[in-house]
Design a protein around this ligand. Structure first.
Ligand SMILES: *Cc1c(COP(=O)(O)O)cnc(C)c1O
Length: 504
């Protein structure tokens, strides 16, 4: 006799450590608070009409409730502190704890951006020292420190390029962007009114040089090219590309998000780059994900430096100063203040603790790890391009042909195995792309465990077990969501019937 199937639903909806959690507002008890404060003594009301009329509706909870709430929410998250985070293009590397210690020093953490410069000389020196390292590592003469992320850096670089053209009375229209580019590149160019002209990739996964040259003309303001590119490959025609765009009077914007692959080995300034953002939160280990904060300083060539945004730090006989106003060349301000001080501190801490030789080893180890992954998985998945890679390994979905399993199904199955999925369906130039970036901070043991899981799943997909993949994930707090709907109409309550009522 076969055993009766057992209903494994729990009374509470919790499943072991997977604990359901109401919204913090649903736990609200008016008047409850974490601390007892004395009654406000009698005072003269000076706010007049601007005084608040009633309570602002903050939930009332005791301290242990708040701690438990956020601890439980944090446990629903995946983090680099838990395991390999193979998202390609994102460079999810370990954030050394020394960075956190430095960023929390009261002299840094308690600064106010409006303090007089005489009281923040140390902070300005820190920004200036970080700027010096960035200029040295990239071989570029200037850097704008204020952009708050990579995409913001792109905006900074492109506004600088536009200002340089306008200063010559030459309002150019077109920006050449390879088809493999990160979506932020065309979005940035388009957002400030440029017309984006896509350049195809060749069969080697690199910019098609002939097609690129054919598109050049006097209306081309410049090009935005990622190097190493999003296929994980070094653009080896890069100097020809730079020369060609300069030949028509355009500028070369380099997306430097993948600088981790070449830091300490190649200086973008030697390749003819005019502007390049550096994601401190990728290459220099400051934490990211979940919406920030990031930091995206932009290094600039001699030709573009005069158009850089305000403010910037200078060093004179009386110490450090902030230049808040310029002649009329700067394109203006990009951000309220001077940049992300906490990220600057972490990035400089990372640089100083590694030293120049350590940073060079970072890129070497990152490329080695990616190639270890590529070599180990090459026979089970299908490598998108022959040969070795830079910092990330790119596969296409040929290995899934005839299995009825898609890249998305494969990624969902990885969640059940306890891994964050790799980047999927990007870059667009590769069909069903799976892009994996291990970074240098993964150990061989950690990579081997990851590899055995990916290999095991590939074997399972090829064995005809498509139904398993279609149902995955099985072991998560929520199963497969309608991703479009989940993004537009998120259901945040743990009891969906309450949500329904709320929606009605
Ligand atoms: C991450 C990334 C960006 C954008 O950087 P953000 O800091 O996320 O704004 C741009 N281009 C590439 C290639 C990237 O990987």
């Amino acid at each position: 006799m076969s055993p009766q199937p057992v209903n494994t639903d729990t009374v509470s909806g919790n499943r072991g450590l997977m604990i359901e959690e109401p919204l913090i507002f649903e736990m609200d008890v008016r008047g409850r608070s974490g601390v007892d404060l004395p009654d406000v003594p009698k005072h003269q009301e000076r706010l007049g009409k601007s005084k608040r009329k009633g309570a602002i509706g903050l939930p009332g909870l005791a301290e242990p409730q708040v701690v438990r709430h956020y601890t439980k929410l944090s446990q629903k998250n995946y983090a680099i502190d838990m395991s390999v985070y193979p998202l390609g293009s994102c460079t999810m590397k370990h954030n050394p704890r020394i960075n956190e210690k430095m960023a929390r020093l009261p002299g840094i953490a308690d600064l106010h951006p409006m303090q007089p410069v005489s009281t923040v000389q140390g902070a300005l020196e820190l920004i200036d020292t970080l700027a010096h390292w960035l200029k040295t590592l990239t071989g570029m003469p200037a850097v704008a420190m204020s952009p708050a992320a990579g995409a913001h850096g792109e905006l900074c670089g492109m506004l600088t390029i536009r200002a340089a053209h306008l200063a010559k009375g030459d309002a150019r229209k077109r920006i050449l962007v390879p088809e493999s580019a990160h979506g932020t590149n065309p979005a940035t160019a388009a957002s400030i009114g440029y017309e984006v002209d896509p350049v195809p990739a060749d069969e080697r996964g690199r910019v098609d040089l002939k097609a690129f040259k054919a598109k050049l003309g006097p209306d081309v303001a410049g090009t935005m090219i990622t190097n190493p590119n999003t296929c994980g490959l070094f653009e080896n025609d890069i100097i020809d590309i730079a020369d060609a765009v300069h030949g028509v009077g355009g500028y070369f914007y380099c997306d430097g998000a993948n600088f981790n692959a070449i830091v300490g080995r190649v200086r973008p300034g030697d390749l003819g780059v005019d502007a390049m953002h550096i994601n401190l939160h990728k290459t220099f280990s400051t934490p990211h994900g979940g919406g920030g904060p990031g930091s995206g300083p932009v290094v600039l060539s001699e030709a573009l430096a005069p158009y850089a945004p305000l403010p910037y730090v200078t060093h004179g006989p009386n110490g450090f100063d902030l230049v808040e106003h310029d002649g009329d060349k700067s394109f203006g301000r990009l951000k309220g203040f001077h940049g992300q001080m906490g990220m600057f501190t972490r990035a400089l801490s990372y640089m100083l603790s590694h030293g120049a030789d350590g940073l060079r080893q970072v890129s070497g180890d990152a490329v080695l790890n990616a190639n270890y992954l590529l070599a180990a998985l090459r026979d089970d998945l299908t490598a998108a391009f022959p040969g070795t890679c830079m910092h990330e390994a790119l596969f296409n979905d040929d290995f899934l042909e005839g299995t009825d399993v898609t890249t998305l199904d494969f990624a969902k199955a990885m969640i059940d195995e306890g891994y964050h999925p790799m980047t999927m369906y990007f870059p667009l130039v590769v069909h069903g792309a799976l892009l994996m970036e291990p970074t240098e901070t993964e150990s061989k043991i950690g990579l081997d465990r990851y590899i055995s899981v990916v290999k095991g799943l590939a074997k399972r997909a090829k064995s005809g077990d498509a139904a398993y993949f279609h149902g995955a994930p099985y072991h998560t707090p929520r199963r497969r969501l309608d991703e479009t709907l989940a993004a537009r109409q998120p259901i945040l309550r743990w009891k969906p019937e309450q949500s329904k009522q709320a929606a009605e």
